[in-house]
Design a protein around this ligand. Structure first.
Ligand code: 6GU
Length: 232
């Protein structure tokens, strides 16, 4: 098994490692299917005060992350790996991440995520390192760590060996670029009656064809009600 390796360049390494070494991804790490390493950009600070940012040329509020620490952190990683992996810069000024992008990125052996803070990152280092810009949605966050974690969770679960065999990645909402373009049907478990609400009788019937038909119908209804845009 060739593991998929995620590297996160960040000023808050513990946020990333603490957040991702749990649950399904934590098991994936323990099984050797994926690895996640946070690299502290401050270890590459420009001076012994730990400086990694500076005021913006042209004036304005906030600070901008300087290019040197980011460049050095990425080049150090490339030297260590003996490869130049794809570098993804987390920014709301970008195309929005999707399940289709996740499936494509899950084919890589290594991925590097660059998390910005403050007002952003000096543009030149993004150009020089050929960073690919990615957003996770049309809203503003304080930094790139949560977006990187969202993407690693989404990509990581697609790597063979992370999910159990019975946790299919196909029969689900947006799986396989939307199987049938529909949202998932509702799920039920015991008890059969909860606060006066019964489990839909068809699910107790043992009639597999009727169950499949019911689920498909529920998927269509749910998509029409919640995400009519997916029906086109
Ligand atoms: Cl990738 N970064 C930040 N800072 N905010 C975001 C985002 C990324 N995606 C949506 N909002």
């Amino acid at each position: 098994m060739v593991p998929m390796n995620f590297y996160v360049l960040t000023l808050f390494p513990e946020m990333v490692t603490e957040g991702l070494h749990t649950s399904v991804l934590g098991r994936g790490i323990d099984k050797g299917a994926i690895s996640i390493e946070a690299i502290n950009i401050r270890d590459y600070a420009i001076n012994n005060h730990g400086q990694v940012d500076d005021g913006p040329y042209g004036g304005g509020a906030g600070m901008v992350m300087r290019p040197e620490p980011i460049y050095d952190a990425f080049e150090d990683l490339c030297s260590r790996l003996g490869r130049r992996p794809r570098l993804l810069y987390m920014t709301p000024q970008a195309q929005v991440f999707s399940q289709a992008m996740a499936r494509e990125l899950a084919q890589e052996t290594d991925l590097v995520f660059l998390c910005g803070h403050y007002e952003g990152v000096d543009e030149r280092v993004l150009e020089i390192l050929e960073a690919e810009n990615v957003s996770i949605g049309d809203y503003v966050l304080t930094g790139g760590e949560l977006p990187a974690m969202v993407m690693i969770d989404c990509i990581g679960r697609l790597v063979p060996g992370v999910l159990h065999n019975d946790e299919s990645t196909l029969d689900e909402s947006f799986g396989a670029a939307c199987v049938g373009g529909l949202l998932e049907y509702p799920h039920y478990t015991r008890p059969e009656m909860f606060m006066g609400r019964a489990v839909p009788p068809v699910l107790l019937s043992g009639h597999h064809k009727n169950i499949a038909d019911w689920r498909r119908e529920q998927s269509i209804r749910r998509t029409r009600e919640r995400r009519p845009d997916l029906l086109g």
